[in-house]
Design a protein around this ligand. Structure first.
Ligand code: NAG
Ligand code: NAG
Ligand code: NAG
Ligand code: NAG
Ligand code: NAG
Ligand code: NAG
Ligand code: NAG
Ligand code: NAG
Ligand code: NAG
Ligand code: NAG
Length: 493
């Protein structure tokens, strides 16, 4: 080989190894929203404008995948837990799933027009302790069938199968990292999963939530959760843990070793900090956490058990707030976004855009600037039961203890509930009635940090958007209906 060619090879090797492994920060993009920001705006305005190179979807939304096509952004598509039983039972179902949700988008044209799908996530934390055995029996079968379908579609070299696990699969943060082991009830399933992953060169994917750990374990401080200097690190033999993230990763590393898979790659599928809906859930804390996390990854220092080799990829949780997320685990669940529901940055952090400020979504198409509030001129003695009803459907998570609207006084909090219901119903005048206690206003009722949102216009809201009925029109219409009743009754009799 001529000298120059050899040099070129060496250079190439150097180049590829110098690529920032830990710099590959991705984001989770979920769709549990009543009024989602259109996928084209998410991809152009948030992902591309901020140089985000990887994205993890909660499902395989066709519009999201079409918008991601041709961008070169690496994509994880997800299979919901509810589909695992069907995919375990039938290879044909798995083949259809791969054909409809992967092959179709990857193929694109030869010019690279397709979506760059890198992983299929089989289930979303299917072994979560609180699910019991609901999904566990189907996970390995479903993963195997999806793998066979990918192989059949000649995609196995490009697309890997993963199974995102919650850190409760290895009792993270309940003891010393070096004593880590998988949950005894998962023992057989976990060995099958690890065997499967290692056979196909797939990584172990874990979701880590220091926000929850600090509440569950009194041995951890907020400093350790937020990557701040601490006087009381966790001491484990000769190792010291100054942050909860490293302690969780190393508990996993020890668990993998004790199961006989000490070399397995680890990817973090979700990690983040919520900004509302609970104590310590704030934008200030979220920014400190994110900066600490990304700085830690960039330092390439690794963890005590895996020095200099941090997880090769992490996916931040989450890109956007989602107002339909399940609140079983807390009111903060709807506030994990770096961006608000409408794509406006809550704080600044480098997710790929470097030293620039985060770019916000552009040209967001909002409903008219109107809100629904309590009409103080009415008898409001019964207003609280109406608010409770509104909150059973709408998003009142900001009103909870520690939330951004927890301090606004009565009846401001009732107005918040009314408005949330009204916005979720696309500002339909009927949805601001509340037995005559609702009033539509064009004066923003927001107080300090308690923002009363105006929702995004979506295709499903277009039938209502044009018809602005001022509240008096609605009241007039209502009174006409009421006064017509005796007449109608007479006619019917
Ligand atoms: C998973 O699928 C296999 C193959 O069809 C079947 O034998 C098995 O019973 C299924 N598992 C469960 C828990 O239903
Ligand atoms: C994926 O494919 C399956 C099977 O064809 C289909 O039923 C499902 O709706 C698709 N999922 C998504 C999220 O598009
Ligand atoms: C907290 O630390 C003490 C002393 O090291 C230990 O005995 C205890 O098990 C720890 N608690 C938890 C929940 O890890
Ligand atoms: C499962 O249990 C056996 C015996 O108790 C143990 O040797 C093995 O390491 C356990 N496997 C995992 C994955 O924890
Ligand atoms: C979280 O916030 C509450 C209320 O502000 C505070 O009392 C508590 O100490 C905080 N939790 C931690 C772990 O610091
Ligand atoms: C929320 O999650 C809980 C626990 O997983 C589940 O029982 C409940 O059905 C879920 N609620 C909704 C509305 O999906
Ligand atoms: C982001 O992408 C733009 C356009 O591709 C490029 O000019 C810019 O240098 C990138 N910025 C960073 C910080 O990578
Ligand atoms: C308040 O609610 C109660 C029970 O639903 C009802 O009997 C009463 O008439 C209501 N009062 C007003 C002022 O609407
Ligand atoms: C609410 O008021 C209390 C007491 O004045 C204050 O400590 C707390 O920070 C306030 N919370 C919010 C979310 O504004
Ligand atoms: C509104 O505030 C009042 C007084 O603080 C409280 O009793 C009521 O439960 C709150 N209602 C809601 C929906 O938050």
């Amino acid at each position: 080989m001529p000298c120059s060619a050899a040099m070129a090879v060496v250079l190439l090797l150097l180049l590829c190894c110098a690529l920032p492994q830990a710099g590959a920060v991705g984001v989770n993009w979920g769709t549990a929203s009543s009024h989602p920001l259109p996928p084209s705006k998410v991809v152009a305005g948030l992902l591309k404008a901020n140089n985000v190179t990887r994205v993890k979807l909660s499902d395989a939304d066709p519009l999201a995948l079409e918008s991601l096509s041709g961008t070169g952004i690496g994509v994880v598509v997800g299979i919901p837990n509810e589909m695992l039983a069907g995919l375990n039972a039938s290879r044909k179902a798995a083949e259809s799933w791969v054909h409809d949700n992967v092959t179709r988008y990857i193929s694109g044209n030869a010019g690279g027009g397709g979506a760059r799908i890198e992983y299929v996530a089989v289930g979303d934390e299917p072994f979560l302790l609180s699910y019991g055995q609901r999904y566990t029996p189907y996970v390995i079968g479903a993963a195997t069938n999806i793998q066979l379908a990918l192989t059949g579609a000649k995609l196995a070299s490009r697309v890997k199968v993963i199974v995102p696990c919650n850190e409760d699969a290895y009792h993270a943060n309940t003891g010393l990292p070096s004593r880590g082991h998988f949950r005894p009830d998962l023992n057989r399933t976990m060995i099958q999963l690890l065997t499967f992953l290692s056979m196909h060169g797939s990584p172990f994917v874990v979701d880590i939530y220091p926000f929850l750990s600090v509440q569950q374990n009194k041995n951890f401080s907020m400093e350790m959760a937020l990557f701040q200097p601490t006087l009381h690190p966790l001491t484990d033999g000769r190792h010291k843990y100054a942050n909860i993230f490293d302690a969780s990763i190393d508990t996993l590393v020890a668990s993998l070793s004790s199961a006989g898979f000490s070399d397995m790659d680890v990817i973090v599928g979700k990690v983040g900090w919520p900004t509302d809906g609970g104590s310590n859930a704030s934008e200030v804390n979220a920014q400190i956490f994110m900066k600490g996390l990304l700085g830690h990854l960039l330092s390439m220092s690794g963890t005590p058990l895996r020095p200099k080799s941090l997880p090769s990829d992490i996916y931040i949780f989450s890109l956007l707030d989602e107002d339909l997320r399940n609140l079983t685990y807390g009111n903060f669940e709807r506030h994990w976004g770096i961006f608000t529901f409408d794509g406006q940055a809550k704080y600044n952090v480098d997710i790929g855009q470097g030293s620039r400020n985060l770019a916000n979504a552009q040209n967001v198409d909002y409903l008219p600037t109107r809100w629904c509030v309590v009409n103080n001129n009415k008898d409001t003695s019964n207003v609280s039961s109406s608010a409770l009803e509104a909150c059973s459907v709408a998003d009142c998570s900001a009103l909870s203890n520690g939330g951004s609207c927890s301090n606004i006084s009565w009846p401001g909090n009732i107005s918040y509930a009314f408005n949330s219901y009204y916005q979720q119903h696309n500002q339909n005048p009927d949805s601001c009635d509340f037995g005559g206690m609702g009033l539509i206003t064009t004066v923003d009722p927001s107080v300090d940090d308690c923002r009363f949102p105006v929702e995004i216009r979506t295709s499903s809201s277009s039938s209502l958007q044009g018809t602005f009925l001022p509240s008096w029109t609605a009241i007039l219409a209502a009174s006409i209906c009421v006064s017509a009743w005796p007449y109608l009754l007479t006619v019917l009799a």
